[in-house]
Design a protein around this ligand. Structure first.
Ligand code: SF4
Length: 335
C-alpha cells in the first residue's frame, strides 16, 4: 500500500503522487513466515504492524531458496583464508558456493522490482548485515563479531546505495528514522529518474532535499551541488551516478541534534520578517528546548511547518525536511 497523506500537502504530492509503491525487501522470517531452521519465525511487530501500511514487502528466505530445507541443520560463518564461509555446524558441510551462486542472480531479480530498501534479520550467517558471529580459530576465544551474512553481502555488493538495515537496529529510534527517511528518499529519486533526467529536474530534486541533506552533512550537500552544476558539461550518466552515490552516502551520515538545530535556525531565518514577536519567541523557545533535549524534534518542526504554511513562505514550503516521511509513523516523536 502506498504511503498516506493529508489532502493539500502539495510538496509531498508533487513527489509522491506519481511514485511507484514503496517496495522493501525483507528476510521472510521477520514477517512471520515459518522458514527458520526449526520451522519457526521471528516476526517483528514494528515491520508487520506499523511499517506494513506504508510499504509492499518483498520477502525472501535465502536458506530455503538456496536449497536447504525445513527443518535443516544450523549453519554458521567460519573464518577461512579466502574469506568467511557458510558451513553447517558440526558436519562442516560447506554451502558458500551454492549460496553465492543462488544469491547473485536472485539479488539482480529483486533489484529489478525497484526496491527502495531492505530489512534483514540480525545475527544470521545468511541475512545478517552487521557484526555476525564468525567462528575463527585464529582469534582469541575463537569467535569474532565482524561477519556479514552471505546474502546481505550480495545485496550490498550489487546495490551499495540501497538503504539497508537490520530489524534489531530499527528498534533504535535514531537509526529507524534514518533508514525510513532514506527509503522515502529512494522512492523520490526514482520519481526523478522516471520523469527523465534533466538539469531542471535534478535542480528541483536537490533543492527540495536541501535542508534534509544539511541535517546530515553540509560538506556533502555542497559537493552534491557541484555535481548538479556539472550537468551538461560532463557525461550525464556520470553526473547521475555520482549524485546518487553521494546523496545516499550523505543520508547515511548521522543527523545529530546540533545539525538539526543549525537547520532549524536556518529555516527560522526565513520566517523572522513575517512572524509576530510572540511567534518568534515560541519558535526560539522550541528550538532551544529541542537543543537541550527537553522535547523531541517533532515539536519545533511542527511549529515551523505551521508558520511556513500560514505565511506561505514558498521557498521553505518546498522543503521535504519539514516532512520527509509519513506523519503517522511518528518517527520524529522519538528523536
Ligand atoms: S534469517 Fe534469513 S535465512 Fe534465516 S530464516 Fe530468516 S530469512 Fe531465512
Amino acid at each position: 500500500m502506498q504511503a498516506t497523506r493529508e489532502a493539500g500537502d502539495e510538496v509531498w504530492r508533487a513527489w509522491h503522487d506519481e511514485a511507484e509503491p514503496i517496495r522493501v525487501g525483507v528476510s521472510a522470517c521477520l514477517l512471520g513466515a515459518e522458514v527458520r531452521f526449526d520451522g519457526g519465525h521471528k516476526r517483528d511487530r514494528y515491520l508487520t504492524d506499523v511499517l506494513d501500511a506504508n510499504v509492499i514487502w518483498v520477502p525472501v528466505c535465502p536458506e530455503i531458496e538456496a536449497g536447504m530445507g525445513i527443518p535443516r541443520p544450523v549453519v554458521q560463518l567460519r573464518g577461512g583464508e579466502e574469506g568467511d564461509r557458510l558451513v553447517v555446524r558440526g558436519s562442516g558441510e560447506d554451502w558458500t558456493t551454492r549460496m553465492e551462486d543462488w544469491a547473485r542472480p536472485r539479488v539482480g531479480e529483486l533489484l529489478g522490482l525497484g526496491l527502495d530498501g531492505f530489512v534483514l534479520k540480525k545475527d544470521s550467517p545468511s541475512c545478517g548485515a552487521h557484526r555476525v558471529r564468525v567462528y575463527d580459530e585464529h582469534v582469541k576465544d575463537g569467535v569474532r563479531r565482524t561477519g556479514v551474512g552471505l546474502f546481505a553481502r550480495a545485496v550490498r555488493d550489487a546495490a551499495p546505495d540501497l538503504p539497508l538495515e537490520e530489524e534489531g537496529r530499527l528498534h533504535d529510534p535514531v537509526l529507524r528514522e534514518r533508514f525510513i527517511e532514506a527509503v522515502f528518499c529512494s522512492n523520490r529519486w526514482r520519481v526523478y529518474e522516471r520523469r527523465g533526467p534533466s538539469r531542471r529536474g535534478l535542480v528541483a530534486f536537490h533543492e527540495a532535499h536541501k535542508f534534509l541533506l544539511l541535517a546530515h552533512d553540509e560538506g556533502l550537500y555542497r559537493e552534491l551541488g557541484r555535481w548538479v552544476g556539472r550537468f551538461g558539461q560532463v557525461d550525464d550518466r556520470e553526473v547521475h551516478a555520482r549524485y546518487r552515490a553521494l546523496f545516499f552516502e550523505a543520508l547515511r551520515r548521522p543527523a545529530t541534534v546540533s545539525r538539526h538545530v543549525n537547520v532549524l535556525e536556518h529555516l527560522f531565518g526565513y520566517l523572522k520578517r513575517v512572524v509576530t514577536p510572540i511567534q518568534k519567541r515560541e519558535i526560539a523557545a522550541a528550538i532551544e528546548d529541542y537543543r537541550a533535549m527537553r522535547v523531541p524534534l517533532v515539536v519545533p518542526i511542527t511549529l515551523l511547518r505551521f508558520l511556513v504554511h500560514t505565511h506561505e513562505v514558498d521557498y521553505v514550503r518546498g522543503q521535504l525536511y519539514l516532512e520527509p516521511h509519513p506523519r503517522e509513523l511518528m518517527l520524529r516523536n522519538h528523536v
